[in-house]
Design a protein around this ligand. Structure first.
Ligand code: C5P
Length: 249
């Protein structure tokens, strides 16, 4: 495939989509990228692949010209998280996740480590996992509603200096209004027109997510499970462009 040059990469201020490379094996993951070629710029590597193949796979994918969202959702004592951020500094990671529930001190230590060792790496806080509902929160002693808890952790995380948040598309408009244009908001739960919802319940189309203020949309199964992944990615690019220019698709 063609290598994506710096000038072709999406400026951090513009909206793009990120492929959630949720596949079990390196071979399948790289074959998927072979199929997609330059129809995407961003790849999200999550725990499934990272715990198996580690930094080596991150380097291999970055070497193909893709920008990397490493979704490790770090949560530990401040010193350990700061050391992990420091360890990641040798990797070409553009976006990286931490749990807001780790608290201000943990986040501030992570931000300080990033500032010192990896100034290019943007840190995103995860607020409330979408798998948690009010009952799940109450079980761990949190009596706020999920929406209240999202807002509380969003405020705490941004005040601690992270660059943005991972959030549901349905929380986007409210969070943009509350926190302004500056934070990076990354939204999973995106479904291109006509795609299956799978088990995701709180979904949005790319155009609606753009209108609500997303920065990056994470898309997995609509591409991974498509009969022709490249065609699906190209259709998503067209839908994204139409959304950016304000046209309906
Ligand atoms: O296949 P699908 O498009 O639903 O993939 C969504 C991706 O976003 C997955 O990697 C999933 O782990 C992640 N994610 C999510 N909901 C969250 C946070 C992350 O679906 N709240």
């Amino acid at each position: 495939m063609e290598t994506i040059t710096k000038t072709e990469q999406t400026d951090s201020a513009s909206v793009d989509w990120i492929l959630a490379l949720d596949l079990p094996e390196r071979k399948a993951a790289l074959a998927c990228l072979d199929e997609l070629g330059d129809s995407l710029r961003w790849v999200k590597i999550g725990l499934q692949l990272f715990t198996r193949y580690g930094p080596d796979l991150v380097l291999q994918i970055a070497d193909r010209g893709y920008r990397i969202f490493l979704d490790l959702k770090l949560h530990d004592i401040p010193n350990t998280v700061a050391n992990a951020v420091q360890s990641l500094a040798s990797l070409p990671v553009d976006l990286m996740t931490l749990h807001g529930i780790g608290g201000s001190e943990m986040l501030q230590w992570a931000v300080a480590a990033r500032n010192e060792c990896a100034p290019e790496m943007r840190l995103l806080a995860v607020t409330v996992l979408t798998s948690m509902d009010a009952i799940g929160l109450a079980e761990i002693g949190v009596h706020n509603s999920p929406a209240e808890q999202v807002e509380r952790l969003a405020k705490l995380s941004l005040a601690a200096g992270v660059d943005g948040l991972v959030c549901s598309p349905l929380e986007l408009a409210h969070l943009r209004k509350a926190f302004g244009v500056e934070p990076v908001f990354v939204t999973p739960g995106i479904r291109p027109s006509g795609a299956a919802a799978n088990e995701q319940k709180r979904i949005m189309t790319p155009a609606d997510a753009i209108r609500a203020g997303t920065s990056y949309m994470v898309v997995g199964r609509p591409i991974l499970a498509a009969k022709d992944r490249r065609v699906a990615a190209q259709a998503l690019n067209a839908e994204l462009q139409a959304g950016l220019s304000g046209n309906s698709f």
